[in-house]
Design a protein around this ligand. Sequence first.
Ligand code: E4P
Length: 222
Amino acid sequence: MKLYADSANVETVVPLLLDGLIRGVTTNPSIIARDGVTRNDLARLYDEFSAAGADEIFMQATGGSREDLLADSFRIADFGDRIVVKVPATPDGFRVARELQRRDVPVLLTAVYSLAQATYASAIGVEYIAPYFGRLVDSGEDGLAKVSNMTKVLASTRTKVLVASVRSPNAAATLALNGVGHITADVPVLLAMMVDPVTEQSAAEFERVAAQSSTDPVDSIG
Ligand code: E4P
């Protein structure tokens, strides 16, 4: 499993990168706005995430036309060799993704909702697709079945499924159980994945016992 932080918040993401707990970072215009940065900050974010050890940094291109989308994709690709350019899985996005592929720029097609889109993405050989699990469920779909089917269809291709909109530790675990190998989630979800109340109790008990035995006379004889 490869885990990524779906965030543009340097303060919360960099410690996870420095501790080696995530592979990289994913962002999009909504996340950028949520975390109080702008498009002009993307190059700086790339440098900070890269310096902290991110293997892959996903940043999304925008543009009202195919030409603008392609131009913004090149601007983002120029940040460095850890960039994966995200483009939305629209008809223009597919065309831009194909053009980027031709020029050896790694691409992720984002907001993939259908198996047909996933199939097409693999046909043009993009590195990643990002289905939005939580939003699929919100829209009344069987999100797990849909993402599992995308994983099956793409299993023998070079295209990997990086699932986004993963809103809880349980969702992440269920996706992993169903064959998903790449997940991006907001930092609080990633942190919560490492916590279980029973583990916390056990760890506290170990500490209590260890503290007692270090003052035990038998211990001090040895
Ligand atoms: C990622 O690209 C998406 O913006 C994100 O995962 C969506 O998450 P949400 O559906 O919880 O807003």
